[in-house]
Structures are given as C-alpha cells and as structure tokens.
Design a protein around this ligand. Structure first.
Ligand SMILES: NC(=O)c1ccc[n+]([C@@H]2O[C@H](COP(=O)([O-])OP(=O)(O)OC[C@H]3O[C@@H](n4cnc5c(N)ncnc54)[C@H](O)[C@@H]3O)[C@@H](O)[C@H]2O)c1
Length: 326
C-alpha cells in the first residue's frame, strides 16, 4: 500500500507508516501543493495524509475517488468537503485532543500579550524606539480576577478555562449551542446567552468550529455590544470574526484590544492595519506548533491510516456516515 504525505511531518509518523508496510511518498518542499499537483500525486497512492489547511473540495474527491482514506493533521475540518468524501466512500480522520493544551496556550499567550501590549513594546526595542520610562502612557491592563468569556467550550476552550481559573483566578462564563455539563464538572464555568457573553466578558476567546452558523458571528453588531475595555482573542478560524468590523471596532475604541492566531485570508498581508496597532498581536496560525504536539498529531494521523489499511474503521473518523453506508 502507498501513502502520500502532502508536507513533511515529524519522523515518528513516517516511521510508523513504514513499519506497518507502507511505501511512503512525501512532498519535501515547504510549500503547499496546488490542487492539480496534489491530485496528480494522489493518483498512484491508496491514502493521503493531508498536512495543513489546503482545501479538499468536491473536485478533489471526484478526481481521487480511488483513495481508501484521508487523514488530516488538524482538528478542524472546515476545509474539507465531507459530503463529497462520504459520497465516494472515503473516510476522513482528524486529530482531536492531542493539540488542545498547545492551542489553549496560544490563546493564553495572546491574552497576556495584548493585555500588556507586549508585542508592541518588544517591537519598540527591536526598532530602536526604546521609550523613556513613562508612568502613564501605553499602559496595559491586568487580567487577574477578570471575566473570561469563552465562545465554544469544547476541548480547547475547556483547557483555556482551566488554565485561566487556576493561574489567574479568572471568572469563567461561556456560550455554546447548549450547556456543556461535562465541562462544568471540571471547571467552575457559568453558561450565558450570546448577548451576556458579549456584554460581560473582559476577555472574549473564540473556540468554536467554523460552520455556517459561526461564520462572521463576531461582527459590527457583536463588537458594539462588547465592553470598550474588552480584549477579543481568536485561535479558532479567521472567518468567525469579520476582519473589517474588527479593525473598525479597535480604531473607534469600541473594544480595547485583539489577539489573533487565525486570519482570513491566511497569510495576512503585511500592510494590514491590525499589524500597526499597539494593542493587537497576530500569530501565523501556530496553535499546535510544538514538537511534542506535532509529533502526536503525526502519529495520530498515521495510526488512522494504518487502521484503515488493516480493514478497521479510522478511530478519529469525522464523516462517520461513511461507515454506515458500507
Ligand atoms: N489555531 C490553531 O492552530 C488551532 C488548533 C486546533 C484547533 N483550532 C480550531 O479550534 C476549533 C475548536 O477545536 P476543539 O478541539 O476545541 O473542538 P470542539 O469540537 O471540542 O469544541 C468546539 C466547541 O464549539 C461549540 N460550538 C459549535 N458551534 C457553535 C455555535 N454555533 N455557537 C456556540 N458554540 C458552538 C461546540 O459545541 C463545541 O463545544 C477547531 O474547530 C479548529 O477550527 C485551531
């Protein structure tokens, strides 16, 4: 059996595949393959281990309907046409849990970074503009004991809530489609409606999936309802906030600051106004970017492919209906 890996992964993932008898082909370049090249690379293989957020749409699955499985290296699957995969009988797996703590760390880092204007201050040093000790200008704000609002209290949101409560004694409120009783057993969190989340949060951190319902959920109207002292953090997907509305809200002082690990589009262009503000910080989608986490993600993706090769269901399958059809 043959597998194509669309970008390099930590070696334990490759070794696991080889050990189970796979012939492994890898795109060694650091660039994402354009779709026609990816389709071509998949013609002679049985499985695809797809690294990153490159779109796998209906055309891809139509052209690669011979595939026996696709393993993603992300927990999000909004870039994949799961209906098309299911139509062609192709199981698709993701990598939940193993990246939750690392991604929550990035949300925490953004929250602290923005609250203390740390990125802006560090850039002053880099640019030779070390400001004289100034008692009242460019001050940050403390997050200790304040209210952290979580939009989407799932695996990553819960990890952030636990860290923020334990380390900073933050009061946790959250909004989900429905209450997460299981999470409420693990952390002292209060379920609120969307408007309460907007009006009560000192820091509002987004951790929902990107769906039709959550797309642009944080727009002009939402930012208007937030505290003028609030910090908005998004480590989920760039399309969950409306970027121009966010720029307006920051420029007019409707909210105080913003930290993003995800943008729309990615990469963000270097002339983006969000990169020029003192109370913003933008990371290039590094939620899961630790050696330990990426190694676990690679192993989990490899294990899903190995399971499928051995005639078993992929343990982390996301289009579960694919197995009902068979
Ligand atoms: N920045 C990164 O590198 C990075 C890394 C991993 C995951 N992510 C993103 O984080 C997201 C969350 O990951 P997770 O593992 O915590 O997923 P999860 O499924 O455990 O949690 C998502 C939560 O969002 C909630 N939700 C869904 N729709 C909602 C809606 N309309 N309103 C309110 N809540 C809603 C769900 O009920 C769930 O509790 C992923 O979908 C992915 O897009 C980003």
């Amino acid at each position: 059996m043959k597998v194509f890996i669309s970008k390099n992964i930590p070696s334990p993932g490759i070794e696991a595949l080889e050990k189970s008898g796979f012939e492994v082909y890898i795109n060694e370049s650091s660039h994402r393959l354009p779709q026609p090249d990816l389709i071509e690379a998949c013609q002679e293989v049985d499985f695809l281990l797809n690294v990153g957020q490159g779109k796998l749409d209906a055309d891809f699955f139509e052209a690669c309907k011979h595939l026996k499985g696709v393993a993603l290296t992300s927990v999000g699957f909004d870039h994949v046409d799961l209906d098309a995969a299911t139509t062609h009988g192709i199981p698709v797996s993701n990598t939940p849990d193993v990246l939750s703590d690392a991604t929550a760390d990035i949300a925490f880092l953004l929250m602290l970074n923005v609250s203390r204007k740390a990125f802006f201050r560090a850039m002053q040093v880099v640019n030779g503009a070390w400001a004289d000790f100034e008692f009242t200008k460019e001050l940050g704000t403390t997050i200790q004991g304040k209210t952290l609002g979580i939009y989407g209290l799932g695996r990553i949101g819960l990890s952030l809530a636990r860290k923020a409560q334990a380390a900073y004694d933050m009061k946790i409120i959250y909004h989900n489609r429905s209450r997460n009783i299981e999470a409420e057993r693990l952390v002292d969190a209060t379920y609120v409606n969307f408007d309460q989340l907007l009006t009560q949060s000192d820091v509002l951190s987004v951790h929902s999936n990107l769906t039709e319902e959550t797309q642009y959920r944080f727009n002009k109207d939402a930012f208007k309802r937030m505290k003028s002292s609030a910090i908005f953090v998004n480590t989920a997907r760039g399309k969950i906030h409306h970027e121009l509305d966010l720029i307006d809200a920051l420029s007019t002082g409707e909210i105080w600051g913003a930290g993003l690990d995800v943008t729309d589009p990615e990469p963000m262009q270097p002339d983006n106004p969000l990169l020029k503000m003192s109370n913003t910080c933008v990371f290039p989608h590094i939620g899961s970017a630790t050696l330990e986490t990426r190694t676990q993600m690679a192993l989990l993706a490899a294990n899903n492919i190995i399971a499928a090769k051995n005639g078993n269901n992929m343990p982390q399958v996301v289009n579960v209906d694919v197995y009902k059809k068979a």
